[in-house]
Design a protein around this ligand. Structure first.
Ligand code: FE
Length: 251
């Protein structure tokens, strides 16, 4: 049977991808950040997952305001890199796992989560930066990836509780897949941050640390925190943190 063996969370900020792609990872400005990822990289290299279910959000690369799926599950054979801003990153094409993805779609929809099934999708920095952080810069990604794009861009995003419950449903779905697979879940997105307006650049370390503690010790409680608290305390883009609750629910 497939086994969900681990989870990881990380920011997916595009500048990290640009730093890696332009050979700036060893510069003093970036070194502390990349050093922080070394233990996770080593650990993933040891456990060698077969599939990563990668929870992230699209930044107007695959979807526009014309179609806004709340939960979009990538069921394709492969997903080409694309991006706004710096343009597509020079990273390998992402290979999917259609069999497991379709199994997830079936199980989750019958479990009453209204997933959008996506058979053709470009993937942007939201998905490729976490892969680079966890797997470095290989010629091909070392495992299959199932993208799960969550709408946290256009109001209304899903609640933290909905995301936490979805994670639990993903765990049940993985456990009922008959093939022997080691599956890891990534929850990605920025912690406190705001990109626009008078509060642009806002960071709230105390909020972030409290979120991390509660993600470990009281995830069901954290899942009940309403959107407005994230916006007030941690900036309008901190709502991306609900995607970390999908990972936590899955564990
Ligand atoms: Fe983002």
């Amino acid at each position: 049977m497939a086994r969900l063996i681990a989870g990881a969370t990380t920011s997916h900020v595009p500048a990290i991808g640009a730093a890696l792609d332009n050979g700036k990872a060893n510069e003093p400005y970036w070194q502390p950040l990349f050093k922080g990822y070394e233990p996770s990289k080593k650990w993933l290299a040891e456990i060698k997952p077969d599939v990563v279910i990668l929870v992230y959000n699209d930044h107007a690369s695959a979807f526009s305001l014309e179609i806004i799926p709340t939960f979009a599950l990538g069921c394709a054979e492969s997903f080409p890199p694309a991006d706004e801003g710096w343009g597509p990153r020079p990273v390998p094409t992402v290979k999917g796992h259609p069999e497991l993805a379709w199994h997830l779609a079936e199980q989750l929809i019958l479990d009453e989560f209204d997933m959008t099934i996506v058979n053709k999708m470009d993937v942007d920095h939201g998905l490729t930066v976490p892969l680079s952080l966890m797997f470095g810069q290989p010629d091909a990604w070392p495992c299959k990836v199932i993208p799960l794009a969550v709408n946290v861009v256009q109001y209304p995003p899903p609640t933290g509780r909905r995301c936490y419950n979805l994670g639990q449903a993903i765990a049940r779905a993985v456990a009922s897949f008959p093939e022997d697979l080691k599956v890891v879940v990534f929850g990605t997105g920025g912690m406190s941050h705001q990109l626009q307006g008078p509060r642009a650049g806002l960071i709230n370390r105390d909020f972030d640390k409290a979120f991390l503690d509660r993600l470990v010790s009281d995830p069901a409680g954290q899942a009940m925190v309403p959107h407005i608290d994230y916006v007030r305390e941690a900036g309008s883009e901190a709502i991306e943190l609900v995607m970390w609750l999908v990972m936590r629910g899955a564990l």
